[in-house]
Design a protein around this ligand. Sequence first.
Ligand SMILES: *[C@@H]1O[C@H](CO)[C@@H](O)[C@H](O)[C@H]1NC(C)=O
Ligand SMILES: *[C@@H]1O[C@H](CO)[C@@H](O)[C@H](O)[C@H]1NC(C)=O
Ligand SMILES: *[C@@H]1O[C@H](CO)[C@@H](O)[C@H](O)[C@H]1NC(C)=O
Ligand SMILES: *[C@@H]1O[C@H](CO)[C@@H](O)[C@H](O)[C@H]1NC(C)=O
Length: 220
Amino acid sequence: MGSRYYQFAPLSVAFALCSCLARGWPNDLTHGFKELPFNTSFYHIQKPYDLPVEQRYSFINGVHKLWVFSTDKPLSRNSPTKPRSEIIISGYIYYSGVWQFEAYGYVPHGTSGVSIMQVFGATLPHNTSFILGVDTNGSLTHFGAPVIYPKAYDKWFRLNVIHEVETRKLKVYINGIFKYETLDRGGTSHYFKCGVYAGSNASYYMESRWKGIRVFKKYE
Ligand SMILES: *[C@@H]1O[C@H](CO)[C@@H](O)[C@H](O)[C@H]1NC(C)=O
Ligand SMILES: *[C@@H]1O[C@H](CO)[C@@H](O)[C@H](O)[C@H]1NC(C)=O
Ligand SMILES: *[C@@H]1O[C@H](CO)[C@@H](O)[C@H](O)[C@H]1NC(C)=O
Ligand SMILES: *[C@@H]1O[C@H](CO)[C@@H](O)[C@H](O)[C@H]1NC(C)=O
């Protein structure tokens, strides 16, 4: 009668270990990183210069929704850039160390030819070290190709981007799984952005949603 109990004991230990791993430990991407405060003091919205922010951005129930039309104006009157509605994390401009962006992203069907997340800062003529794009098939890509994560439409995915400035390594994880590694494009200062920024073959309507945005810096 007692033996039945003991028979199950190792099983419950195994379950405890499993649930621990399921929660992401010891494989937790943010292990060894310090989470930095993130609130409206650390970001602002870039949107078409002629529109109030409410016409291209909302924040409801913890979800940032950003949208733009390919016919919209750029972020400032004389800018040659394409239309955008982006959260720019201007409170954390970094020059060294290992930095990490984490968030849950969502792209509705039909949005394509657009950047939804960037690691800004590069050596001219480039301005950006990493662009997570959405192609016409609804795949997440690096600058349009290669594909990092197919069939991304209409579902939440967790995105972690880790940037090691000294080695220039950029690593991309989707739903906790390593998907892609590349080098940054140089530059002395960097920051993270997310939202929608039209590419050369953008759909007429572009939208992405973000929640649980967190910024981390690795302990030195
Ligand atoms: C944002 O967080 C910082 C650091 O924790 C804090 O000093 C500041 O008051 C906060 N700002 C807002 C608008 O909540
Ligand atoms: C980089 O930024 C500069 C200044 O805003 C701009 O003139 C240039 O077109 C940009 N280059 C790219 C590749 O976007
Ligand atoms: C979309 O998928 C089709 C069929 O797999 C492929 O031929 C095409 O190259 C893809 N387009 C892009 C932009 O990746
Ligand atoms: C441009 O986008 C359209 C649909 O939005 C698609 O049919 C076409 O294949 C795309 N072209 C390229 C070069 O990706």
